[in-house]
Design a protein around this ligand. Structure first.
Ligand SMILES: [Zn+2]
Length: 457
Protein backbone atom coordinates (compact mmCIF):
# COMPACT_ATOMS: atom_id res chain seq x y z
CA UNK A 1 0.00 0.00 0.00
CA UNK A 2 1.51 3.33 -0.97
CA UNK A 3 1.83 6.45 1.12
CA UNK A 4 -1.11 8.19 -0.54
CA UNK A 5 -3.46 5.33 0.20
CA UNK A 6 -2.35 5.33 3.83
CA UNK A 7 -3.02 9.05 4.06
CA UNK A 8 -6.51 8.50 2.72
CA UNK A 9 -7.15 5.93 5.42
CA UNK A 10 -5.83 8.39 8.02
CA UNK A 11 -8.15 11.04 6.66
CA UNK A 12 -11.07 8.68 6.89
CA UNK A 13 -10.21 7.79 10.46
CA UNK A 14 -10.15 11.45 11.35
CA UNK A 15 -13.61 11.77 9.95
CA UNK A 16 -14.97 8.77 11.75
CA UNK A 17 -13.31 8.87 15.13
CA UNK A 18 -15.63 6.50 17.01
CA UNK A 19 -13.27 3.73 15.90
CA UNK A 20 -12.86 2.79 19.56
CA UNK A 21 -16.00 0.72 19.18
CA UNK A 22 -14.47 -1.17 16.29
CA UNK A 23 -11.20 -1.58 18.16
CA UNK A 24 -12.93 -2.96 21.22
CA UNK A 25 -14.75 -5.76 19.49
CA UNK A 26 -12.59 -6.64 16.49
CA UNK A 27 -9.10 -7.70 17.58
CA UNK A 28 -8.16 -9.01 14.11
CA UNK A 29 -9.21 -5.74 12.54
CA UNK A 30 -7.14 -3.88 15.15
CA UNK A 31 -4.09 -5.89 14.12
CA UNK A 32 -4.71 -5.21 10.45
CA UNK A 33 -5.20 -1.49 11.01
CA UNK A 34 -2.06 -1.21 13.10
CA UNK A 35 -0.07 -3.02 10.43
CA UNK A 36 -1.35 -0.63 7.79
CA UNK A 37 -1.20 2.58 9.78
CA UNK A 38 1.93 2.35 11.87
CA UNK A 39 4.41 2.96 9.03
CA UNK A 40 2.29 5.88 7.84
CA UNK A 41 2.22 7.44 11.28
CA UNK A 42 5.96 6.97 11.78
CA UNK A 43 6.97 8.07 8.29
CA UNK A 44 4.17 10.34 7.02
CA UNK A 45 6.42 12.01 4.42
CA UNK A 46 7.98 8.80 3.11
CA UNK A 47 8.36 8.97 -0.69
CA UNK A 48 6.24 6.69 -2.77
CA UNK A 49 7.88 3.38 -3.52
CA UNK A 50 6.84 3.57 -7.17
CA UNK A 51 8.64 6.86 -7.83
CA UNK A 52 11.41 6.14 -10.35
CA UNK A 53 13.72 8.56 -8.57
CA UNK A 54 13.09 10.40 -5.36
CA UNK A 55 15.21 13.42 -6.21
CA UNK A 56 14.78 15.43 -9.39
CA UNK A 57 15.78 18.91 -10.52
CA UNK A 58 13.93 21.44 -12.62
CA UNK A 59 16.34 23.85 -14.29
CA UNK A 60 14.68 26.90 -15.75
CA UNK A 61 15.36 30.38 -17.15
CA UNK A 62 13.57 32.09 -14.27
CA UNK A 63 11.27 31.37 -11.34
CA UNK A 64 8.58 33.84 -10.37
CA UNK A 65 8.45 34.74 -6.69
CA UNK A 66 4.69 35.26 -6.42
CA UNK A 67 5.01 37.23 -3.17
CA UNK A 68 7.27 39.98 -4.49
CA UNK A 69 6.72 39.75 -8.24
CA UNK A 70 10.45 39.36 -8.85
CA UNK A 71 12.26 36.74 -10.86
CA UNK A 72 15.07 34.48 -9.78
CA UNK A 73 17.11 34.08 -12.96
CA UNK A 74 18.94 30.94 -14.13
CA UNK A 75 17.31 28.96 -11.36
CA UNK A 76 17.05 25.39 -10.17
CA UNK A 77 14.32 23.77 -8.11
CA UNK A 78 15.41 20.70 -6.18
CA UNK A 79 12.67 18.19 -5.43
CA UNK A 80 12.82 15.24 -3.10
CA UNK A 81 9.81 12.96 -3.38
CA UNK A 82 6.70 15.13 -3.40
CA UNK A 83 8.20 18.30 -2.00
CA UNK A 84 10.62 21.09 -2.87
CA UNK A 85 13.83 21.04 -0.86
CA UNK A 86 15.63 24.03 -2.38
CA UNK A 87 15.15 26.88 -4.85
CA UNK A 88 18.10 29.00 -5.91
CA UNK A 89 20.68 29.84 -8.55
CA UNK A 90 21.28 26.76 -10.69
CA UNK A 91 25.02 27.32 -10.72
CA UNK A 92 25.17 26.88 -6.95
CA UNK A 93 22.54 24.21 -6.37
CA UNK A 94 23.66 21.94 -9.20
CA UNK A 95 27.19 21.77 -7.81
CA UNK A 96 26.04 20.05 -4.65
CA UNK A 97 24.00 17.39 -6.42
CA UNK A 98 25.11 13.78 -6.61
CA UNK A 99 25.82 12.35 -10.06
CA UNK A 100 22.88 10.79 -11.86
CA UNK A 101 20.05 12.95 -10.50
CA UNK A 102 17.36 13.44 -13.11
CA UNK A 103 17.34 17.01 -14.45
CA UNK A 104 14.45 18.54 -16.38
CA UNK A 105 16.07 21.35 -18.33
CA UNK A 106 13.32 23.76 -19.36
CA UNK A 107 15.61 26.16 -21.23
CA UNK A 108 14.61 29.81 -20.92
CA UNK A 109 11.07 29.13 -19.75
CA UNK A 110 9.46 30.80 -16.73
CA UNK A 111 8.44 28.63 -13.78
CA UNK A 112 5.61 29.45 -11.40
CA UNK A 113 3.74 27.54 -8.73
CA UNK A 114 0.96 25.29 -10.02
CA UNK A 115 -2.17 27.41 -10.39
CA UNK A 116 -5.25 26.94 -8.22
CA UNK A 117 -8.86 27.34 -9.36
CA UNK A 118 -11.22 27.98 -6.43
CA UNK A 119 -14.47 27.64 -8.37
CA UNK A 120 -14.77 24.57 -10.56
CA UNK A 121 -17.54 22.10 -11.38
CA UNK A 122 -15.32 19.24 -12.47
CA UNK A 123 -18.22 16.77 -12.68
CA UNK A 124 -20.27 18.94 -15.06
CA UNK A 125 -20.55 18.89 -18.83
CA UNK A 126 -23.93 20.52 -19.18
CA UNK A 127 -25.08 20.61 -22.84
CA UNK A 128 -25.46 24.11 -24.27
CA UNK A 129 -29.11 23.80 -25.30
CA UNK A 130 -32.57 24.53 -24.01
CA UNK A 131 -33.25 22.50 -20.85
CA UNK A 132 -29.64 21.31 -21.11
CA UNK A 133 -29.30 21.02 -17.35
CA UNK A 134 -32.32 18.72 -17.04
CA UNK A 135 -31.19 16.67 -20.03
CA UNK A 136 -27.79 16.26 -18.40
CA UNK A 137 -29.44 14.82 -15.29
CA UNK A 138 -31.91 12.74 -17.28
CA UNK A 139 -29.60 11.05 -19.76
CA UNK A 140 -26.32 10.33 -17.96
CA UNK A 141 -25.62 7.64 -15.40
CA UNK A 142 -23.54 8.48 -12.35
CA UNK A 143 -20.87 6.16 -13.76
CA UNK A 144 -20.71 8.22 -16.93
CA UNK A 145 -20.66 11.44 -14.92
CA UNK A 146 -17.65 10.13 -13.01
CA UNK A 147 -15.82 9.38 -16.25
CA UNK A 148 -16.66 12.83 -17.57
CA UNK A 149 -15.22 14.19 -14.34
CA UNK A 150 -12.01 12.27 -14.91
CA UNK A 151 -11.67 13.77 -18.40
CA UNK A 152 -12.35 17.27 -17.05
CA UNK A 153 -9.84 16.77 -14.26
CA UNK A 154 -7.17 15.74 -16.72
CA UNK A 155 -7.84 18.79 -18.91
CA UNK A 156 -7.64 21.04 -15.86
CA UNK A 157 -4.30 19.59 -14.78
CA UNK A 158 -2.89 19.83 -18.30
CA UNK A 159 -3.83 23.53 -18.28
CA UNK A 160 -1.48 24.06 -15.34
CA UNK A 161 -4.01 23.95 -12.51
CA UNK A 162 -2.63 21.55 -9.94
CA UNK A 163 -5.33 22.14 -7.32
CA UNK A 164 -9.03 22.98 -7.44
CA UNK A 165 -11.77 23.78 -5.00
CA UNK A 166 -14.77 22.10 -6.60
CA UNK A 167 -17.85 24.01 -5.50
CA UNK A 168 -20.55 21.37 -6.01
CA UNK A 169 -21.01 18.65 -8.55
CA UNK A 170 -24.33 19.59 -10.23
CA UNK A 171 -26.29 16.47 -9.46
CA UNK A 172 -23.53 13.90 -9.49
CA UNK A 173 -24.17 12.42 -6.05
CA UNK A 174 -20.82 11.83 -4.42
CA UNK A 175 -18.88 11.07 -7.59
CA UNK A 176 -16.61 14.04 -6.88
CA UNK A 177 -15.45 12.35 -3.67
CA UNK A 178 -14.66 9.23 -5.69
CA UNK A 179 -12.75 11.25 -8.28
CA UNK A 180 -10.78 13.11 -5.60
CA UNK A 181 -9.79 9.82 -3.98
CA UNK A 182 -8.97 8.17 -7.32
CA UNK A 183 -6.65 11.09 -8.16
CA UNK A 184 -5.04 10.86 -4.71
CA UNK A 185 -4.41 7.18 -5.30
CA UNK A 186 -2.88 7.81 -8.72
CA UNK A 187 -5.62 5.95 -10.61
CA UNK A 188 -6.39 8.93 -12.83
CA UNK A 189 -4.57 12.18 -13.52
CA UNK A 190 -6.01 15.35 -12.10
CA UNK A 191 -5.43 18.26 -9.74
CA UNK A 192 -5.53 18.02 -5.97
CA UNK A 193 -9.20 18.43 -5.15
CA UNK A 194 -11.25 19.85 -2.32
CA UNK A 195 -14.85 18.90 -3.05
CA UNK A 196 -18.18 20.32 -1.91
CA UNK A 197 -20.26 17.31 -3.05
CA UNK A 198 -23.94 18.18 -3.61
CA UNK A 199 -24.33 21.83 -2.64
CA UNK A 200 -27.28 23.10 -0.60
CA UNK A 201 -30.11 25.21 -2.04
CA UNK A 202 -33.58 26.30 -0.98
CA UNK A 203 -36.37 24.03 -2.25
CA UNK A 204 -37.36 24.98 -5.78
CA UNK A 205 -34.65 27.59 -6.17
CA UNK A 206 -31.90 25.87 -8.11
CA UNK A 207 -31.55 23.84 -11.31
CA UNK A 208 -33.26 22.13 -13.00
CA UNK A 209 -36.04 24.62 -13.59
CA UNK A 210 -39.07 23.88 -15.75
CA UNK A 211 -39.55 20.24 -14.71
CA UNK A 212 -43.14 19.02 -14.48
CA UNK A 213 -44.42 19.04 -10.87
CA UNK A 214 -45.75 15.54 -11.57
CA UNK A 215 -42.17 14.24 -11.70
CA UNK A 216 -41.56 14.47 -7.96
CA UNK A 217 -38.49 12.25 -8.02
CA UNK A 218 -36.67 14.07 -10.80
CA UNK A 219 -33.00 14.50 -9.80
CA UNK A 220 -31.85 17.92 -8.68
CA UNK A 221 -28.64 19.87 -9.11
CA UNK A 222 -28.22 20.46 -5.38
CA UNK A 223 -29.57 19.10 -2.10
CA UNK A 224 -32.79 21.06 -1.62
CA UNK A 225 -33.66 22.02 1.94
CA UNK A 226 -36.25 24.04 3.80
CA UNK A 227 -35.75 25.02 7.41
CA UNK A 228 -32.83 24.93 9.82
CA UNK A 229 -33.04 21.26 10.73
CA UNK A 230 -32.98 20.16 7.10
CA UNK A 231 -30.03 22.49 6.61
CA UNK A 232 -28.23 20.92 9.55
CA UNK A 233 -28.94 17.41 8.31
CA UNK A 234 -27.70 18.20 4.80
CA UNK A 235 -24.34 19.44 6.08
CA UNK A 236 -23.91 16.41 8.32
CA UNK A 237 -24.79 14.05 5.48
CA UNK A 238 -22.43 15.70 3.04
CA UNK A 239 -19.52 15.77 5.46
CA UNK A 240 -20.24 12.16 6.39
CA UNK A 241 -19.98 11.22 2.73
CA UNK A 242 -16.67 13.01 2.22
CA UNK A 243 -17.28 16.73 1.60
CA UNK A 244 -14.22 18.93 2.21
CA UNK A 245 -16.28 22.10 2.13
CA UNK A 246 -19.93 23.12 1.91
CA UNK A 247 -21.49 25.15 -0.91
CA UNK A 248 -24.70 27.09 -0.40
CA UNK A 249 -26.88 29.16 -2.70
CA UNK A 250 -27.64 32.38 -0.84
CA UNK A 251 -29.63 33.79 -3.73
CA UNK A 252 -30.91 33.12 -7.22
CA UNK A 253 -31.75 36.54 -8.66
CA UNK A 254 -33.31 37.22 -5.21
CA UNK A 255 -32.32 35.95 -1.73
CA UNK A 256 -33.21 32.28 -1.17
CA UNK A 257 -31.79 30.54 1.91
CA UNK A 258 -32.52 32.48 5.09
CA UNK A 259 -29.80 33.83 7.36
CA UNK A 260 -30.93 31.35 10.02
CA UNK A 261 -30.58 28.41 7.60
CA UNK A 262 -27.12 29.53 6.54
CA UNK A 263 -26.04 30.15 10.14
CA UNK A 264 -26.81 26.53 10.98
CA UNK A 265 -24.92 25.38 7.89
CA UNK A 266 -21.89 27.45 8.88
CA UNK A 267 -22.08 26.25 12.47
CA UNK A 268 -22.08 22.58 11.44
CA UNK A 269 -19.40 23.04 8.79
CA UNK A 270 -17.02 25.04 10.95
CA UNK A 271 -17.48 22.59 13.81
CA UNK A 272 -16.11 19.95 11.45
CA UNK A 273 -13.33 22.30 10.23
CA UNK A 274 -14.95 22.78 6.82
CA UNK A 275 -15.33 26.12 5.10
CA UNK A 276 -18.53 27.38 3.48
CA UNK A 277 -18.69 28.89 0.00
CA UNK A 278 -21.78 30.93 -0.84
CA UNK A 279 -23.14 31.60 -4.30
CA UNK A 280 -24.39 35.18 -4.12
CA UNK A 281 -24.84 37.73 -6.86
CA UNK A 282 -27.14 40.26 -5.15
CA UNK A 283 -26.03 42.69 -2.46
CA UNK A 284 -28.71 41.38 -0.12
CA UNK A 285 -27.72 37.76 -0.75
CA UNK A 286 -24.08 38.64 -0.09
CA UNK A 287 -24.92 40.45 3.14
CA UNK A 288 -27.09 37.54 4.32
CA UNK A 289 -24.33 35.03 3.62
CA UNK A 290 -21.60 37.14 5.20
CA UNK A 291 -23.79 37.78 8.25
CA UNK A 292 -24.27 34.01 8.54
CA UNK A 293 -20.49 33.57 8.64
CA UNK A 294 -19.54 32.07 5.25
CA UNK A 295 -15.90 32.04 4.17
CA UNK A 296 -16.25 33.09 0.54
CA UNK A 297 -18.68 34.80 -1.79
CA UNK A 298 -18.83 33.20 -5.23
CA UNK A 299 -19.55 35.61 -8.13
CA UNK A 300 -20.63 38.70 -6.16
CA UNK A 301 -21.53 40.27 -9.47
CA UNK A 302 -23.86 42.93 -8.12
CA UNK A 303 -22.00 43.57 -4.89
CA UNK A 304 -22.45 47.12 -3.63
CA UNK A 305 -20.01 49.04 -1.49
CA UNK A 306 -21.71 48.12 1.81
CA UNK A 307 -21.57 44.40 1.01
CA UNK A 308 -17.90 44.61 0.00
CA UNK A 309 -17.02 46.62 3.11
CA UNK A 310 -18.66 43.95 5.24
CA UNK A 311 -16.62 41.28 3.44
CA UNK A 312 -13.43 43.27 3.94
CA UNK A 313 -14.12 43.79 7.64
CA UNK A 314 -14.55 40.06 8.29
CA UNK A 315 -11.96 38.80 5.80
CA UNK A 316 -14.38 36.98 3.50
CA UNK A 317 -12.97 36.07 0.09
CA UNK A 318 -14.48 37.13 -3.23
CA UNK A 319 -14.25 34.62 -6.09
CA UNK A 320 -15.51 36.75 -8.99
CA UNK A 321 -15.81 34.11 -11.82
CA UNK A 322 -15.45 36.47 -14.77
CA UNK A 323 -14.15 34.40 -17.68
CA UNK A 324 -17.30 32.30 -17.92
CA UNK A 325 -19.25 35.52 -18.50
CA UNK A 326 -16.72 36.78 -21.03
CA UNK A 327 -16.96 33.48 -22.92
CA UNK A 328 -20.76 33.72 -23.06
CA UNK A 329 -20.59 37.27 -24.35
CA UNK A 330 -18.00 36.31 -26.98
CA UNK A 331 -20.13 33.37 -28.12
CA UNK A 332 -23.38 35.27 -28.55
CA UNK A 333 -22.75 39.04 -28.40
CA UNK A 334 -26.26 39.85 -29.58
CA UNK A 335 -27.72 38.17 -26.49
CA UNK A 336 -25.81 40.64 -24.35
CA UNK A 337 -26.61 43.84 -26.20
CA UNK A 338 -29.66 44.93 -24.21
CA UNK A 339 -29.39 47.78 -21.70
CA UNK A 340 -30.11 45.31 -18.90
CA UNK A 341 -27.23 43.07 -19.96
CA UNK A 342 -24.88 46.00 -20.36
CA UNK A 343 -25.77 47.21 -16.89
CA UNK A 344 -25.07 43.72 -15.50
CA UNK A 345 -21.66 43.57 -17.17
CA UNK A 346 -20.82 47.03 -15.88
CA UNK A 347 -21.85 46.08 -12.33
CA UNK A 348 -19.48 43.11 -12.50
CA UNK A 349 -16.62 45.36 -13.55
CA UNK A 350 -17.40 47.85 -10.82
CA UNK A 351 -17.75 45.22 -8.09
CA UNK A 352 -14.32 43.73 -8.82
CA UNK A 353 -12.67 47.14 -9.11
CA UNK A 354 -14.28 48.26 -5.86
CA UNK A 355 -13.34 45.02 -4.09
CA UNK A 356 -9.74 45.56 -5.15
CA UNK A 357 -9.77 49.19 -4.04
CA UNK A 358 -11.21 48.25 -0.63
CA UNK A 359 -8.67 45.46 -0.16
CA UNK A 360 -11.18 42.57 -0.23
CA UNK A 361 -9.30 39.30 -0.60
CA UNK A 362 -9.78 37.92 -4.11
CA UNK A 363 -9.26 34.31 -5.18
CA UNK A 364 -9.26 32.91 -8.71
CA UNK A 365 -12.22 30.83 -9.92
CA UNK A 366 -13.32 30.15 -13.49
CA UNK A 367 -16.70 28.38 -13.03
CA UNK A 368 -16.52 25.78 -15.84
CA UNK A 369 -19.62 23.63 -16.24
CA UNK A 370 -19.68 22.94 -20.00
CA UNK A 371 -17.42 20.60 -21.94
CA UNK A 372 -15.63 23.41 -23.76
CA UNK A 373 -14.73 25.31 -20.56
CA UNK A 374 -12.69 22.69 -18.74
CA UNK A 375 -9.01 23.32 -19.36
CA UNK A 376 -9.57 27.01 -20.09
CA UNK A 377 -9.13 27.92 -16.43
CA UNK A 378 -6.20 30.22 -17.33
CA UNK A 379 -8.56 32.68 -19.01
CA UNK A 380 -9.76 33.82 -15.60
CA UNK A 381 -6.46 35.52 -14.81
CA UNK A 382 -6.65 37.65 -17.93
CA UNK A 383 -10.32 38.37 -17.17
CA UNK A 384 -9.32 39.70 -13.74
CA UNK A 385 -6.74 42.02 -15.27
CA UNK A 386 -9.47 43.40 -17.54
CA UNK A 387 -11.30 44.52 -14.35
CA UNK A 388 -8.35 46.35 -12.86
CA UNK A 389 -6.13 43.75 -11.18
CA UNK A 390 -2.46 43.87 -12.08
CA UNK A 391 -0.93 40.74 -13.59
CA UNK A 392 0.81 40.00 -10.29
CA UNK A 393 -2.43 40.46 -8.35
CA UNK A 394 -4.20 38.04 -10.69
CA UNK A 395 -1.39 35.50 -10.26
CA UNK A 396 -1.53 35.93 -6.48
CA UNK A 397 -5.30 35.33 -6.63
CA UNK A 398 -4.56 31.99 -8.31
CA UNK A 399 -1.65 31.04 -6.02
CA UNK A 400 -1.13 32.49 -2.53
CA UNK A 401 -4.72 33.64 -1.95
CA UNK A 402 -6.24 30.54 -3.50
CA UNK A 403 -3.98 28.31 -1.40
CA UNK A 404 -5.23 30.10 1.69
CA UNK A 405 -8.91 29.85 0.72
CA UNK A 406 -8.67 26.21 -0.28
CA UNK A 407 -7.10 25.43 3.10
CA UNK A 408 -3.53 24.50 2.12
CA UNK A 409 -1.74 27.81 2.83
CA UNK A 410 1.61 26.21 3.62
CA UNK A 411 1.58 23.35 1.11
CA UNK A 412 0.85 24.90 -2.28
CA UNK A 413 0.72 28.31 -3.98
CA UNK A 414 4.45 29.14 -4.10
CA UNK A 415 7.69 27.62 -5.35
CA UNK A 416 9.33 27.45 -1.95
CA UNK A 417 11.22 24.95 0.17
CA UNK A 418 8.90 22.62 2.04
CA UNK A 419 5.90 22.98 -0.26
CA UNK A 420 4.59 20.37 -2.64
CA UNK A 421 6.51 20.33 -5.91
CA UNK A 422 3.55 21.67 -7.88
CA UNK A 423 5.36 23.64 -10.57
CA UNK A 424 4.37 24.86 -14.01
CA UNK A 425 6.33 26.57 -16.75
CA UNK A 426 5.42 28.85 -19.63
CA UNK A 427 7.25 30.57 -22.45
CA UNK A 428 7.40 34.32 -21.97
CA UNK A 429 6.85 36.73 -19.11
CA UNK A 430 3.44 36.35 -17.38
CA UNK A 431 3.84 39.72 -15.65
CA UNK A 432 4.12 41.41 -19.05
CA UNK A 433 1.55 39.21 -20.81
CA UNK A 434 -0.84 37.33 -18.53
CA UNK A 435 -2.25 35.37 -21.49
CA UNK A 436 0.87 33.14 -21.58
CA UNK A 437 -0.75 31.35 -18.62
CA UNK A 438 -3.34 30.03 -21.08
CA UNK A 439 -0.55 28.06 -22.78
CA UNK A 440 1.18 26.16 -20.00
CA UNK A 441 3.98 23.98 -21.40
CA UNK A 442 5.18 22.06 -18.37
CA UNK A 443 3.22 20.70 -15.42
CA UNK A 444 4.65 18.95 -12.38
CA UNK A 445 2.43 17.83 -9.52
CA UNK A 446 3.90 16.47 -6.32
CA UNK A 447 7.26 15.94 -8.03
CA UNK A 448 5.78 14.00 -10.97
CA UNK A 449 5.93 15.45 -14.46
CA UNK A 450 2.41 15.42 -15.89
CA UNK A 451 3.16 17.37 -19.08
CA UNK A 452 6.32 18.57 -20.79
CA UNK A 453 6.11 20.36 -24.13
CA UNK A 454 9.42 22.15 -23.63
CA UNK A 455 12.94 21.06 -24.41
CA UNK A 456 13.38 17.38 -25.39
CA UNK A 457 14.63 15.21 -22.57
ZN1 LIG B 1 -20.37 27.81 -10.21
Amino acid sequence: MNCRARRIICRRLNLELPMKHVLKFKPRLVKLLLTVLTPALLFPQAPRADEPSHRVVVRVGQVLDVRSGTYLKAAAIIIDGERITAVGPAVELMKALPVGVKVFDLGDATALPGLIDCHTHIMARVPDQEYGYGINLLTKSQAFRALEGAANARATLQAGFTAVRDVENEGSGYADVALRDAIDQGLVDGPRMRVATRGIAAVGQYFPFGISPDLAGFPTGAQMISGVEEARRAVREQIGHGADLIKVYADWQTPTLTIAEMQVIVEEAHKAKRKVAAHATTSEGIRNAVTAGVDSIEHGHRADRAALEQMKAIGVYLVPTLSVIDAMVAKAPNDWSSERSKSYLESIRQSVAMARALGVRIADGSDPSAADRHGKNGEELEAMTRRGLSALEAIQAATLSAADLIGWPNDIGAVEKGRFADVIAVQGDPLADISVLQHVKFVMKGGRVMKNDLAPQ
